[in-house]
Design a protein around this ligand. Structure first.
Ligand code: 5GP
Length: 196
């Protein structure tokens, strides 16, 4: 399948606990030109290196709520005190053009899309163990003891939801996890980019 073809694309939803390595997997998937990233809207402040419209649409709380009231989001959730939402319009457009539309969101958001019977492939990325997850979060160096506790508690709740996804991938080896997601998404039929 090539983008701009007549064949419909699909939503590829990647979700999992913070520290599961889902963002790194998504970056690798995006090396393939058939994959398009769903740019979410958020009210959190921009981090260094992030670009508005590429990483997120950075909105004020008022702007976010107005879009939500106007029905522009397929799902929205509060994650660690900030609002996040997946925009409906760009997803429909990209799928109609034949792209794999990569939606990287938290578990609450994924559950909303499931409840709304949004068609797509639902993938849960699991850390090898809770111990490993804790080590990864500590390794980031950006977590305070409180935020670490919060993320670990949330991860446990999220882990329980994994059975509701189409696929659960244990991310103990990045290359293997990427290969597996690509296979699931039907991306390994023709290799588009080296090393994937
Ligand atoms: P961060 O602020 O670190 O980029 O993301 C925090 C969490 O919010 C991550 O788990 C990320 O997957 C999730 N997230 C990002 N965009 C969305 C979205 O549109 N909806 C939902 N529900 N979660 C999102």
């Amino acid at each position: 399948m090539s983008p701009e073809s007549k064949t419909q694309g699909t939503m590829l939803l990647i979700s999992g606990p913070s520290g599961s390595g889902k963002s790194t997997i998504c970056k690798r998937l995006l090396e393939d030109s058939r994959v398009v990233f769903s740019v979410s809207a958020t009210t959190r402040t921009k981090r260094e290196g992030e670009v508005d419209g590429r990483d997120y649409y950075f909105l004020s709380v008022e702007e976010f709520k107005a879009k939500r009231a106007a029905g522009e989001f397929l799902e929205s959730a509060e994650v660690y005190g900030n609002l996040y939402g997946t925009l409906r319009g760009p997803m429909q457009e990209a799928i109609a053009k034949g792209f794999i539309y990569l939606v990287e969101i938290d578990v609450q958001g994924a559950m909303q899309l499931l409840a709304g019977k949004e068609e797509g492939i639902y993938v849960f990325i699991a850390p090898p163990s809770m111990k490993e997850l804790e080590a990864r979060l500590r390794g980031r160096g950006s977590e305070t003891p409180e935020s670490l506790e919060r993320r670990l508690g949330k991860a446990e709740d999220e882990y329980r939801e994994r059975k509701r996804y189409d696929h659960v991938i244990v991310n103990d080896n990045l290359d293997d996890a990427v290969t597996e997601v690509r296979r699931i998404a039907g991306l390994d039929t023709k290799t588009e980019s080296a090393g994937s």
